[in-house]
Design a binder for this molecule. Structure first.
Ligand code: HEM
Length: 479
């Protein structure tokens, strides 16, 4: 395949399929590590063909940052997976671009913020969910003679309940089977996807008729059907209640009002029912998996590092006394903050961020990036870069603290939520949720490894984002 002038260095592939058949030879298990190994040979910006698409793999802090801040690289590829998920159209927020994206993202962010994203106004509600989770774990620990608790999937309900209250004004019972089904379906969609192959633009008819191709790129979009149906029925209920802007109590109410207003004024409006369904599918998907995954990985790190757990408990006891940690305590808990940061650094749940796309020909680290290239940002490479982080594989919260441990150091190499205009839209909610749950659990319980069993693994499970493996722990209430 002839490469464009000044294209980044990289391996050559075969006609039609490009480098696709050889990619996994670099690392058969983890695509993000395969591309990191490739960058050691070709440099931090590597270019190759995947199918007929030009693919740019970006593996250094300087280059990743340059992409995130370059508006010409702020598009998203239109993959067959997202089309299959969203009524055959490009909808939602995560996978759209241009003016449509700007308009929808701005509206969504404004209202989610007003409704409590990152605000203490919803803290009571969050603390209610924290309390329920603590009770659930307490009961499970009490009912086992060795106090062993299975912590698989246990954080998801709590996290989604907070998000769902903002979106739809409702919460679920922890044991509601219908809700559990939705969460399982969501998890399956995320775990099935191949983060690199999933971007190849396979024609819809091939995707529809070939199970082999679907499996190869990890399409389980049929699993989003129950989620979409559930979202639609929630929207229908809101339509019936027909609350005006003054009575609006959640995101769906605000969106329906905007739809009504725009329908009367603007024949080309982008505010439609399907767009609302797709936006909520994005928020539900992005919010449920990522935040509960971050809590899960942090808990595994803390079980594997008992000394760190004890130090965190000592700080929590000293600062919060008998109380469960609140957002007000947060700035007085530098060690706890450093533990949370270190878990996000060692086990980022988005090793590939979300794929970016060149909307125009542009330059990156001096190379020419052709219009239409898919740009894979390797956040894991940034957070594990041994030239910046000393012994990056070692879990060491102190690296985020000043010498006497009283202040958190903000490094410009640490951006688990991305930077620039495509940055995570839920970061403020995610940070608060991640802090309140992890800190409360460590304050209330001691988590220990189960005797005679291997330690819970940190090896991530692949997918569009990566997940943690379910794990068990001995959970002992602290007095
Ligand atoms: C610990 C939890 C989370 C992490 C680590 C995380 C991380 C990220 C990252 C790295 C990106 C991509 C940035 C880029 O493309 O350059 C992203 C995008 C996004 N995130 Fe998050 N996220 C988290 C939680 C959430 C939550 C709770 C929500 C929603 C409620 C959310 C909604 C989104 C959306 C909608 C986008 C796409 C934004 C766009 O394309 O304009 N995320 N997130």
């Amino acid at each position: 395949v002839k490469r464009p002038h000044n294209f980044p260095p990289g391996p050559r592939g075969l006609p039609l399929v490009g480098y696709l058949p050889f990619l996994s030879s670099w690392d058969p298990q983890y695509p993000h590590r395969a591309l990191q190994k490739m960058s050691k040979v070709y440099g931090p910006v590597t270019g190759f063909y995947l199918g007929t698409s030009t693919m740019i793999s970006v593996c250094s802090h300087e280059a990743v940052k340059e992409v995130m801040l370059n508006e010409n690289l702020n598009g998203r590829p239109h993959s067959s997976i997202t089309l299959a998920r969203n009524f055959g159209e490009n909808l939602g927020i995560m996978f759209i671009m241009g003016q449509f994206w700007q308009e929808q993202r701005r509206f969504t962010m404004r209202h989610l913020r007003d409704l409590g994203f990152g605000k203490t106004s919803i803290e009571d509600q969050m603390m209610g969910e924290v309390g329920d989770l603590i009770k659930d774990i307490e009961n499970k620990s009490q009912s086992d003679k060795d106090r062993v608790v299975d912590l698989k999937g246990i954080f998801q309900v709590s996290v989604v309940n907070i998000l769902w209250a903002i979106i739809a004004g409702e919460r679920f019972r922890r044991d509601d089977p219908k809700f559990q089904e939705l969460l399982t379906a969501n998890e399956q969609v995320f775990r099935a996807g191949d983060p690199v192959r999933g971007n190849i633009p396979v024609p819809a008819f091939i995707l529809k008729h070939s199970r082999l191709v679907r499996e190869f790129i990890g399409v389980k979009s049929e699993m989003t059907e129950p989620i979409k149906k559930f979202i639609q029925s929630t929207i229908d209920d809101h339509q019936l209640s027909n609350r005006s802007v003054d009575e609006a109590r959640d995101f769906i109410d605000f969106y329906l009002n905007e739809m009504k207003k725009q329908k009367a004024e603007n024949p080309y409006t982008t505010f439609t029912n399907n767009q609302l369904v797709a936006t909520i599918t994005d928020l539900f998907g992005a919010g449920a998996e990522s935040t509960s995954g971050s809590i899960g990985f942090a808990m595994i790190h803390l079980i594997r590092n008992q000394e760190v757990q004890r130090k965190m408990q000592a700080e929590l006891d000293q600062v919060c006394g008998e109380y469960v940690p609140t957002l007000n305590h947060r700035s007085s808990l530098p060690y706890t903050e450093a533990v949370l940061m270190e878990a996000q650094r060692c086990s980022t749940i988005a090793p590939f961020v979300v794929p970016h796309f060149a909307v125009k020909e542009t330059k990156l680290q001096g190379y020419t990036i052709p219009k239409g290239s898919i740009v894979m940002l390797n956040l894991d490479a940034v957070l594990m870069d041994d030239e910046y982080w000393k012994e990056p594989e070692v879990f060491r919260p102190e690296r985020h603290l000043n010498e006497d441990g009283t202040k958190v150091i903000k490094s410009d190499h640490f951006y688990p939520f991305g930077i620039g205009k495509r940055m995570c839209l839920g970061d403020s909610l995610a940070k608060n949720t991640y802090f309140l749950f992890t800190a409360a659990l460590i304050k209330k319980f001691r988590f220990e490894p189960v005797q005679n069993e291997p330690l819970p693994t940190l090896d991530p499970i692949n997918g569009f984002t990566v997940g943690y493996s379910g794990f068990k722990a001995v959970v002992v209430p602290r007095s």
